[in-house]
Structures are given as C-alpha cells and as structure tokens.
Design a protein around this ligand. Structure first.
Ligand code: 7TS
Length: 409
C-alpha cells in the first residue's frame, strides 16, 4: 500500500472555519457526527458552478445546460466508483440519508408491504431509520420489530436471528451508530437476512467518511448516506439500490424529470435513476459532493480511519481517567465517536459549560431516544472526530470536562 503523507497542519488549512475563535478561544469542533466542516476544495467547486455553470439540467439544448448536465452525471459516476455500485442507474441523488430512507420505505410501502409483514430494525437506530418505517406500518398494517443490543453497545446477533422470521420483508440498520460509534457486522447480517428471503437497507450516514464501502461486496439491497457527513454540502445525499429491485419499485414523488410521457389520461415514468429524482436537483451540491469524495480519496479512507482511530484511543484513555465518567459504546470495532456522562450531571448542563471553552460537542438524545432509554439516562455528551482534529484538542476537551465536573459536582 502507498504510504500517504498525512500532514495535519496542511489539512487544517484546507478548512477555513477552523481559524475561527469562539469566546476568544480557537474553535475545537467535535460535533462531526452531526455534520463535518467543508474544505476549500468543496467550497470552490460550488462557487465555480454558481459563478460559471449554473443552469438547469437534463432539459436544455443550450451550452450551459449541457455542460451542467455532464458535470452532474460525472458526479454520479464518481459516487458509483466510490461505493463500487455496478451501474450509474443504481445511484439516486437525494437530499440526504433521511430522504433516502423515506424514499425506500414509502415506495416499498406502496407495493411490497402488506398487513402482517414484518420490518426488523435495531435498538441503536437514528430516528431517521425508525420513524419512516413506523409511518409505513401505519398505512400498510405491517409490524415493526426491534432487535436488542448488548450493554457494550453491540447488536445481539442471537436476538436478531430469533426476530428474523418468514414474515420479515426488510431489515434496516445502520452501518455505524451515530451515538455509540459501533461498527456493525453488516456483511454477516446481510447474509443471514438474504438467507431468510428479506431485503436489507443499510443506513451508512456515519460510515462513508470513515470506512471504505463496497456495496457489491456487502451485497446490500439499499445503502443510504448524506453528503454533509463526508465534508460535502448539506442537502445532498445518495440512495444506492440494486438495479433489479429499484426497477420494480414505484416512484416516491411525482413531478418533472421523473417522467417519460405525461398526459391527463396516463403518465409513464422515466428510466433509472431519474424515476426517483423528481424536480430540479441540487446540482451545485452534487458537484460539491463529488469534490469532497475526491478530497477524501486523495488521502485514502484507510489513512483517515487510521488517524481517527488513534484519536479515538487517545480520547478514550484520557477521558476514562476522569472520576465518575462513563463511556457508552464499548465495542472493539468503533469509529471516532465517544458518548459519555459525568455521574449525575445533566448532559445539557455539561455541554453548555464545555461550549464556553470554545469546544463544540453534541448533547442530549442524539436523535436516538430509544437508545438513550436503553442506557437509562436522559442523554449523552458526544465528542466525534474528523480528519482535522488533533490530540491537543482532545487535551483541551479533557481539561474542560475536568473543570465542568468541579463546577457541577
Ligand atoms: N442515520 C444516522 C446513523 C445518522 O447519524 C443521521 C444523522 C441520520 C441517519 C440522518 O441524516 P440526515 O443527514 O438525513 O439528517 N445524525 C446526526 C447526529 O448524530 N447528530 O445530528 C445528526
């Protein structure tokens, strides 16, 4: 493997926001699982689009429209290669992970699911991978089942096997938990699920910036992710779906772009992937997403994962030295996410004080209310790392947590 020169000072200069001061202290940004920051390479690509190429796509014969269309379709090709999809038809642009999961849930809900069918999720899902399925259960009469997790924050595989039944139509779970950082054994779960005759949707929102995803190797039926969690703009995202499955699914939304022919008597739909892309898409955002993928590829995900893993180990060790601090999510396979609590201190109080040190952490239920309920607490304090974070920043967090503890206990 080629050794990549990962120069952290150089990397940090690519992210303009990191030179900001918050409360007269240099910003320490540890809320990367919520959204990460954007490098100039991404910002410049979007500027270039709006300054030079802005035009609606797939509908104009004029030069700009054709140029923008080609750029947009090239971005799709870059994403196809990034996740190793078989074809560009399998890459649907969405607004993000939430949008992608809703697309699948509602489309399947219209055709595949009926009363008595089962949908299996896990206890560690983000609300985005719970609520759309509940909505579909309400309209179809299907039933939502939830697989247990262990105290360490891992999927209980035996429970999964017990809950998977001949009635299960789809299993939906995250690749990486946003709250615990656990990397789930999705390949194994996909195999077990396929053997039982059901489909699998993987919520990859927290995975794509940290793990090399190969959808063909995983053999998942659907894979969803958001651009803004991989250094790309908000409002961008991807639904990958196997072509033969997407082909059979009805469209989720109607409008321009997704049609072949419209008359008042009958409308026919466009081919894949356009059947699922109603309306004017976020072209500038898609180009920003392509630039972000190229930026990440420049280092290689393995290099970034190795660097972040080092931060995770360092942060875990340092934080655990603080009296009364408990970390939730103790799987041996984790990305750079540390959720913790300090004795009986409420996470909002701690987060508010930590903020005063110029450190951004997320607090509360982290859009995983059933999961925080499982651990019997109202919420967590979460520090999540990205490629531009440093051990010096972790030292600042540790110092802030110690001072917070002294003030509140
Ligand atoms: N799934 C997972 C695992 C996530 O972490 C998130 C966002 C989503 C789905 C939804 O993604 P969106 O881009 O469509 O909003 N997670 C978080 C978080 O942990 N803090 O803020 C957002």
């Amino acid at each position: 493997m080629i050794k990549v020169d990962f120069n952290i000072d150089k990397v940090r200069k690519d992210f303009p926001i990191l030179s900001r001061e918050i409360y007269k202290r240099p910003l320490v940004y540890f809320d990367n699982a919520a959204t990460n920051q954007k490098p100039v390479q991404v910002l410049n690509r979007m500027d270039l689009y709006y300054e030079n190429q802005n035009s609606n796509i797939h509908r104009g014969v004029h030069f700009l429209s054709q140029e923008a269309t080609s750029a947009y379709e090239e971005a799709r090709e870059t994403i196809k290669t990034f996740i190793n999809a078989h074809s560009r038809s399998e890459v649907v642009f969405t607004k993000g992970t939430t949008d992608a999961i809703n697309l699948v849930a509602h489309s399947l809900g219209r055709k595949l699911l009926k009363a008595g069918d089962e949908i299996l999720i896990t206890f560690m899902e983000h609300h985005s991978n719970i609520v759309p399925w509940q909505m579909v259960c309400e309209t179809t009469g299907a039933y939502l089942k939830v697989c247990n997790i262990t105290e360490k924050g891992e999927i209980d595989i035996e429970d999964f096997k017990t809950k998977l039944s001949r009635k299960t139509r789809i299993v939906a779970l995250n690749h990486v938990s946003n709250t615990l950082g656990t990397i789930n054994p999705v390949k194994e779960i996909i195999k077990i699920t396929h053997d039982a005759g059901a489909l699998v949707l993987i919520d990859g929102a927290q995975a794509v910036a940290h793990l090399q995803v190969d959808v063909q190797d995983l053999d998942c039926d659907f894979y969803c992710f958001s651009g803004h969690k991989i250094y790309a703009p908000m409002g961008t995202g991807v639904l990958y779906g196997k072509e033969d499955i997407l082909d059979k699914m009805p469209p989720y939304q109607g409008g321009g772009e997704m049609i072949a022919m419209v008359s008042f008597e009958k409308t026919t739909y466009n081919e894949l992937p356009f059947k699922f892309e109603a309306g004017t898409p976020n072209v500038g955002g898609a180009l920003g997403l392509e630039a972000a993928i190229k930026y990440v590829n420049g280092f290689g995900l393995a290099t970034l994962a190795g660097y972040e893993d080092d931060l995770l180990k360092y942060g875990t060790e340092k934080l655990l030295q603080i009296e009364g601090l408990r970390i939730y999510g103790e799987s041996a396979l984790k990305t750079g996410v540390i959720s913790f609590n300090l004795n009986k201190v409420h996470s909002y109080d701690a987060g508010t004080l930590i903020d005063k040190f110029g450190i951004a952490v997320r607090t509360g239920h982290l859009c995983t209310q059933p999961l925080v309920g499982f651990f019997g607490v109202p919420g967590f304090i979460r520090a999540s790392f990205a490629m531009y974070n440093t051990k010096q920043e972790i030292d600042k967090l540790v110092e802030a947590v110690i001072k917070t503890r002294e003030m509140l206990l």
